[in-house]
Design a binder for this molecule. Structure first.
Ligand code: HXC
Length: 310
């Protein structure tokens, strides 16, 4: 059954803005990436999604194709982003069947909660290999197509339909450090660094490279692994987020549309954090009150300031 547009795309975007464009997405059967691709397909693109699980990837491709009449969405399973040959074969198939690649989303990731003392060297390396090396492999395998796309659809500042764009999906953990996430923090710091270098190396050829960094998002594999059902039920889980709620996959999809659309032509080498302000949020003031209670109840407002006239 088709997913209602309101669940994966806001109403501000115009249908057809990605006509004749092709998106290639690793981790495309996942909750966040499938919403990103669904939004692009709804707005005119065809797509190729890549995953490890064959059945899940092919089923998701069929489902995403319901976002627009006539959409072509290919699901390629049994692909491990740790193996460059797997990606090269997938790129060749995507180009053969859909005619090229204009946009890439490097979204495949691996995660679990573990303290450093509970992480084997192999466990640490596994996440680095999936997230960091997998993102590098995705860039390596697709960049020849991105170069062609950018040459065909140049980023001139006046062309409303440019090509040659890549978005890497990252995390905020390495901005501050994060308990139980040393492996993912290190891996995603590497992803951010790859994107920054790509922005500099390929910008002169018209390609943009950016990061989207989702925060806590409802219904995702990330929150299923990292979040607490009890804290969500009681509402405690949202207190840390300045906007006092989790985000939605639609909000990540909207950021993706922005970066690939005419509106995002001059954004390059940037990190777009979509997290309701979560990563900036203090973890508490160390007293009996927790964030944001000490802000909302006025605990720290001096009596003289309360009386002061504006
Ligand atoms: C400690 C663990 C562990 C755990 C696995 N390992 N789980 N160590 N705590 N909970 C260790 C294993 O013991 C092993 O080390 C090593 O990791 C490799 O495990 P394998 O199972 O052999 O690897 P593999 O089959 O490749 O699986 C990779 C994986 C797995 C990352 C471990 O969880 C996976 O496939 N995940 C893919 C899906 C996924 O994670 N999606 C979530 C993405 S969400 P030893 O030493 O025993 O050999 C996300 C959100 C980010 O990224 C942020 C959101 C806010």
């Amino acid at each position: 059954m088709a997913v209602p547009r309101s669940e994966y795309l806001s109403s501000v975007w115009r249908d057809g803005i990605f006509d004749k464009k092709v998106v290639f997405c690793t981790g495309g059967a996942g909750t966040i990436c499938s919403a990103q691709v669904r939004a692009l397909v709804h707005l005119g693109a065809n797509a190729c999604i890549i995953g490890r699980n064959v059945e899940k990837t092919e089923r998701m491709a069929k489902n995403i194709a319901t976002a627009r009449n006539g959409a072509k969405v290919i699901g390629i399973g049994a692909v491990d982003v740790r193996k460059i040959e797997d990606l090269e074969k997938s790129v060749a198939r995507c180009v053969k069947e859909l005619g090229g690649i204009d946009y890439v989303i490097a979204g495949a990731a691996g995660n679990f909660l573990a303290p450093i003392e509970g992480l084997s060297s192999n466990a640490f390396r596994t996440v680095i290999e999936i997230d960091t090396i997998g993102s590098f492999n995705t860039l390596k395998a697709t960049v020849p197509e991105l170069i062609k796309s950018a040459a065909k659809n140049p980023n001139t500042g006046t062309n409303p339909s440019t090509g040659g764009r890549i978005i890497f999906i990252s995390a905020t953990f390495h901005f501050t450090g994060m308990p139980l996430q040393a492996h993912v923090s290190a891996a995603k710091a590497g992803v951010d660094a790859i994107s920054a270098s790509a922005a500099l190396e390929f910008g002169p050829r018209g390609i943009t490279s950016n990061i989207i960094t989702p925060g806590p998002i409802w219904g995702t594999e990330g929150m299923a692994r990292l979040g607490s059902r009890d804290a969500e039920k009681s509402g405690v889980a949202f207190k840390h987020v300045p906007l006092q709620r989790y985000g939605t996959v639609k909000e990540i999809a909207d950021g993706t549309v922005y970066l690939f659309s005419d509106a995002g032509n001059y954004v390059n080498g940037e990190v777009l954090v979509i997290d309701g302000g979560d990563w900036r949020s203090p973890s508490g003031m160390g007293g009996t009150t927790t964030y944001p209670d000490y802000l909302l109840d006025g605990s720290f407002v001096r009596p003289s300031a309360q009386k002061a006239k504006l």
